[in-house]
Design a protein around this ligand. Structure first.
Ligand code: NDP
Length: 481
């Protein structure tokens, strides 16, 4: 069975403990590889390597750093099929999705920051004939990047690329549930000629390997994407040590549909925003609010279209719904479906584990599920489920739906469907979310600030925001007269 290795100081090395963790293929429910069970000792080695590489990397001319990062991007593209297959096996997502979305985006993350770094300029502020200020931006040193399992290489590279573009050296940990493409990235970085120690990848559990990164005194900043509870724990550990923190956390996003929307486009996109990646995208719209005159028609058509979605082997080109990521996660999602019924919800379609035949008979598949009849403030509508489950609810007025939309502790993204421009701008202004999509979903321009409000996070990723996060400003004031 394949044993993954940590990537420290440019080398692939076994964990100090000699212990490995089982890695499952969720579509077949079997262990297919082993990953290092790393801890403090491995993280200490990685931090040491990163620290040793820092001065050299920070002083490497921007153009040369850019060239190496572009090479990483090209190699990701050249390995598209292999990486997409690996992502699908590790995570359960359809290989078609990984080929179209996850892996191209990982390549794009490196390409975007390879070019952004050469355009990142410092600011200057003149003081009415008396002085001039200029602001230097220094890389921080060694930084930690910790990412989740839902979009493994996509989110891993979204953190690593700006960190190293800004001149830092990184100790990164992918989710222990989906480590494979991060491991393959180690090989790509070796081939691309990334200097040793610039990127170090440690595999293992959050509570040991992740926590060791967060608590290491030489790690100056933590960029974390994952659950709100974990984010809170990390903030509690990192804040007294005065580390910079970027937290991208959970969501419970509203999808608000007005009767005047472009119906076909809304329907097609709502199927994706509800069930893409088995609903395991932090940006999925899990609470669907429909203006009352459209409600019955929407309900009938939506349920029919959901019933047409093919649940199947992630390797099959026709599969729209693959496996959820793990058995515990499947059980968590199913327990929420149970809760929804206890809370008075009616299941319009789905609601069960789907048993497939053949290769995937023991896989973790859940039917795409649509629930109605719940109040906006019940637990099902307040807590993040993070699976192929949406609730639908009618509304009458803008004021009412804003109240529903903003009632949750989260505020990551939101979607609005209306042809009325005044209403769209009015609503966009009042929705409590870091991102508002109007008549679209997941349309991403990597230059824009990405992140959430309330319990969905602290700080923004994307564009120059990420380069600012990964640098420390130093203002120099020169008196002129
Ligand atoms: P978790 O919070 O469980 O884990 C995220 C990462 O943190 C994993 O690598 C995990 O390791 C690690 N970790 C866990 N505990 C600690 C700790 N004490 N110290 C340091 N690291 C730790 O999230 P999931 O992987 O379950 O991902 C799903 C969540 O991520 C959802 O809530 C989703 O909304 C959110 N998310 C947010 C996004 C955003 O942009 N806002 C985007 C994508 C997902 P291990 O796997 O070993 O536990």
């Amino acid at each position: 069975m394949q044993k993954l290795q940590n990537y420290i100081n440019g080398e692939l090395v076994p964990p100090v403990s000699g212990q490995y963790i089982d890695n499952y293929d969720p579509a077949i429910g079997e262990v297919y590889s082993l990953i290092p069970d790393s801890g403090e000792a491995d993280v200490a080695q990685a931090v040491e390597a990163a620290q040793a590489a820092f001065e050299g990397w920070a002083n490497t001319p921007a153009e040369q750093r850019s060239r190496i990062m572009l090479r990483v991007s090209e190699l990701i593209e050249q390995n598209l099929d292999r990486l997409a297959k690996a992502e699908s096996v590790d995570n359960g997502k359809p290989v078609s999705l990984a080929t179209k979305v996850d892996i191209p985006r990982a390549a794009k993350n490196f390409r975007f920051y390879a070019t952004a770094l050469v355009h990142f300029a410092s600011e200057a502020h003149a003081m009415e004939n008396s002085a001039i200020n200029y602001t230097l931006r220094h890389p921080l040193g060694v930084v930690g990047c910790i990412s989740p399992w839902n979009l493994p290489l996509y989110l891993f590279t979204w953190k690593i690329a700006p960190a190293i573009a800004a001149g830092n050296c990184v100790v990164a940990k992918p989710s222990e549930i989906t480590p494979m493409t991060a491991y393959l990235l180690s090989e790509i970085c070796q081939q691309a000629g990334l200097p040793k120690g610039v990127l170090n990848i440690i595999h293992g559990y959050g509570g040991s390997a992740g926590s060791a990164i967060v608590n290491h005194p030489k790690v100056k900043a933590i960029s974390f994407t994952g659950g709100t509870k974990t984010g809170e724990l990390i903030a509690r550990e990192a804040a007294p040590k005065f580390k910079k923190l970027s937290l991208e956390l959970g969501g419970k996003n509203p999808n608000i549909i007005f009767a005047d929307c472009n119906y076909e486009e809304m329907m097609e996109t709502t199927l994706r925003s509800s069930f893409a990646n088995q609903g395991q995208i932090c940006l999925c719209g899990s609470r669907v609010f429909v203006e009352r005159p459209l409600y019955e028609k929407f309900k009938t058509d939506f349920v029919q279209r959901v019933n047409e979605m093919i649940i199947g082997d992630p390797e099959a080109a026709t599969t729209r719904i693959g496996a959820v990521v793990s058995e515990p996660h499947m059980n968590k999602v199913l327990s929420y479906i149970e809760l929804a019924q206890q809370e008075g919800g009616t299941i319009l379609t789905g609601g069960n584990r789907r048993k497939l035949s053949g290769r995937c008979e023991n896989g973790y598949f859940i039917e795409p599920t649509v629930i109605e009849g719940l109040s906006y403030d019940c637990r099902t509508n307040q807590e993040e489920i993070f699976g192929p489950v949406v609730t639908i609810m009618p509304f009458d007025t803008e004021e009412e739906v804003l109240k529903y939309a903003n009632s949750v502790q989260y505020g990551l993204s939101s979607t609005l469907w209306t042809e009325n421009l005044s209403r769209a701008t009015r609503m966009a202004h009042q929705i409590e979310a870091g991102i508002v999509w109007v008549n679209c979903w997941l349309l991403r321009d990597l230059r824009t600030p990405f992140g959430g409000v309330k319990a969905s996070g602290v700080g923004r990723e994307g564009g120059f925001d990420a380069l600012e996060f990964f640098t420390e400003p130093k203002n120099v004031c020169i008196k002129m007269y």
